[in-house]
Design a protein around this ligand. Structure first.
Ligand SMILES: [Zn+2]
Length: 493
């Protein structure tokens, strides 16, 4: 059963007026003063902790650039929201829950009004326990530190609260998004670790003659929200782009990837350096579970130096945002809202065939390994790890409303077509999704993508029932509708 925890404070008549007017058009009708604050807390771990972006974890030996939790707090006079993006590959719900608990105690902001998410940099150290679907009972030192620092950043952002104005916009940058799942006409490229043949291959060899067509779309849209003081000093800018990550780091080095570069570059482009309170630039991850920036139809291009490519992509995304930013409309008040739901999803279980296959894999002599799939042993371990998993988990879903802009929060590496569907069916004028928000439960392919197979659909990469994305979209659209229709009401927990 869905349980909605709604904090409702819309003003339908005011919103209608808002839609019909332009800049600050409803200043005289507003129900309060819009306020905003932003802050950044350093979340860089100690060296020696494990970096987990690749197939094999490696210990961190150097910090290329520091990792951060970047926070925005908004207040419309009745409702307070906090949005925090953390430089990590995927933070579990248990850590975010602790952060929310601590931040709620310190600030009074309802937990349901906090959207906490990971950027998905692949060059941060782990903030996860051993399983993505079995909740930890004991948190590690780094997990506790991380929760603490996230809560601090919310508290610090709240401390900076001042009267503000807000605007949003969008602009396309298609050159850095490519669907990484391809139909290929060569079964030797389609084997999977379960002893079967898929129809779709993730990251196929570039410019290979067997490439047929991508198995899904891309979303070229960069959405952004800009917040300024009343005298137009930049306070924060939150952007959203559906590109997995860029990579190209030196082995063993900690980096926030292009998300970190974007934060620095947009600060420069908005002339917001050396100010107090410091400006906070943020790039959140959209729906990029099946999208990277490799053009698979081209042979390898020129070789980039380490960190060069991520810098180039961040520069490009920040330039688009800067251009579009000049044309947006700022509002000196908008209604805010947040709604959450806890959605039960069944966990997939290993089939008898899978168990039989992996029993053979683990008992086979090592010297026969060259005839097997290169990831078989990894998946044998992942499948074995599922034996203590529950039959069902509850996943947190959330929708945020900022005027006529809607944001959905999904705790999975979400496929682009799911993000596009939400944009298409949203009742709000503009919409974007922040993935890996409020938890991290693996990949979320659509039911159709499940039928085609490929890495993101394999049990051990994906964990939840195959029609989960459909249920998630339905629930999020219900939350959006409730925010759209909301009436002033009392605060929930
Ligand atoms: Zn990833």
């Amino acid at each position: 059963m869905l349980k909605y925890c709604l904090k409702l404070n819309a003003f339908i008549l005011l919103l209608t007026l808002f839609c019909l007017t332009t800049t600050a058009g409803f200043a005289s009708d507003k129900k309060g003063v819009l306020k905003a604050g932003a802050a950044t807390s350093n979340i860089t771990p100690p060296l020696g902790q494990l970096i987990v972006g690749g197939w094999k974890p490696i210990p961190a030996t150097q910090v290329h650039d520091e990792l951060h939790a970047r926070s925005i707090v908004l207040d419309d006079g009745q409702t307070r929201l906090a949005i925090v993006l953390c430089d990590n590959v995927g933070i579990p719900e248990s850590v975010f829950d602790l952060a929310k608990e601590q931040a709620h105690k310190a600030t009074g902001i309802p937990k349901s009004h906090m959207l906490l998410a990971s950027t998905h940099t692949h060059s941060a150290t782990t903030a996860r326990g051993p399983s993505k679907v079995i909740r930890e009972t004991e948190l590690t030192e780094y997990q506790k530190f991380l929760a603490n620092r996230i809560a601090d950043s919310i508290q610090r952002a709240l401390f900076q609260l001042e009267p503000a104005r807000i605007g949003w916009g969008k602009v396309d940058e298609p050159s850095e998004v490519h669907n990484r799942r391809w139909f290929v006409n060569d079964t030797s490229l389609l084997t999977n670790p379960f002893g079967g043949i898929d129809r779709v291959r993730m990251n196929p060899p570039r410019a290979h003659k067997a490439l047929d067509r991508p198995a899904g779309p891309t979303d070229p849209e960069i959405s952004f929200i800009s917040i300024q003081s009343l005298d137009q000093r930049p306070i924060a800018l939150l952007a959203n782009y559906s590109l997995h990550y860029v990579g190209g780091v030196r082995s063993g080095e900690i980096s926030a990837d292009y998300f970190g570069y974007f934060a620095r570059i947009i600060t420069r482009k908005l002339n917001a350096e050396n100010q107090y309170p410091p400006f906070v630039g943020i790039l959140s991850n959209g729906t990029s579970g099946d999208v990277n920036n490799i053009n698979f139809t081209e042979k390898n291009g020129r070789r980039y130096k380490q960190y060069e490519k991520m810098q180039e992509v961040a520069e490009k995304v920040a330039s688009r945002v800067q251009e579009a930013h000049q044309k947006i409309t700022f509002h000196d008040w908008v209604p805010l809202g947040a709604a959450t739901a806890s959605l039960p999803l069944k966990l997939r279980k290993p089939t008898p065939e899978m168990l039989e296959h992996f029993a053979k894999v683990t008992s086979a002599p090592k010297d026969k390994s060259q005839t097997r799939h290169s990831r078989e042993e990894i998946y044998a371990e992942r499948i074995a790890g599922l034996k203590d998993a529950p039959d069902e988990i509850q996943i947190p879903l959330q929708a945020i409303r900022i005027g006529d802009l809607g944001i959905t929060a999904i705790p999975f590496e979400t496929f682009t077509e799911t993000g596009l569907e939400l944009k298409d069916r949203s009742p709000f004028a503009e919409t974007f999704t922040i993935e890996l928000a409020n938890g991290s439960f693996g990949y979320l392919p659509t039911p159709e993508q499940h039928r085609w197979g490929g890495y993101e659909t394999w049990l051990g990469t994906n964990f939840v029932e195959k029609d989960a994305s459909t249920k998630i979209v339905t629930t999020l659209l219900d939350l959006f509708q409730s925010l759209k229709n909301e009436q002033p009401s009392t605060q929930t927990k």
